[in-house]
Design a protein around this ligand. Sequence first.
Ligand code: FE2
Ligand code: FE2
Length: 276
Amino acid sequence: MNGLTANGPTVNGLTACAVAVLTEATPAGKAKRARAMAADWAEGRIDDRGRRVVPPARPARPAKPDLKRPGDMPRRRINRGTAGRFALLHALAHIELNAIDLACDIVARFPEEDLPAAFYDDWLRVAEEEAKHFLLLEERLGELGGRYGDLPAHDGLWQAAEDTAGDLLARLAVVPLVLEARGLDVTPTMIAKLKAVDDHRSAAVLEIIYRDEVGHVAIGKRWFDHLCKRDGSAPRETWQRLVRRHFKGQLKPPFNEDARQRANLPPDFYTALAEL
Ligand SMILES: [Fe+2]
Ligand SMILES: [Fe+2]
């Protein structure tokens, strides 16, 4: 089973296809498999029942980039020089590569939750878009004279996945509704700074990512609300409790209230957890 059977008659199991993405080490291969899986799912070539394949604790990674602690990262100042912008786009590419795996992990990790097909429709769309984001950034790194892997990258992005591997509600509370929502807060400023130094190509890539990520936060919120309704729990109180338990630190203002609202994440959820 390889998860790459676009156009073939074979019906693969959903968890097996998602695990094939997680265990693919090369970034281009991972992105390609994720897109093939999304296409196969949309066209009915993947069965969401059947034999379960358990996802790995950590996804496969390429030999490069070297993974380092956050304090040891290259500076990513946005100016007319190439180095700072390259470092920014490299860091974002690393986030998007992890995001492909996060989407595949949520698809494969929680089959006992007995979720409707619409759950998988949503998260495979996210996986497809994260793969697109990675490839757009990789292309832009190439235009700037390098590639993903040229700089060290942050070794902590999978921590949230490990911390919430046993609890889908906690996964949704933290990954889309804290981490991806944080992306909505900071991306417009990056876009404005890139435009200010006439890097319109990088800005255009970030605009695509920003637009899609509103949808990812919305998908996270939709399924968070779905599970709360199923369990008879109050969404806001439940979210705040799970974030306090699983997310170390406070949420950092200023918040992009407009984009968060478009994702159906209202201020009364997150302002109570903001640092003063
Ligand atoms: Fe993304
Ligand atoms: Fe995303």
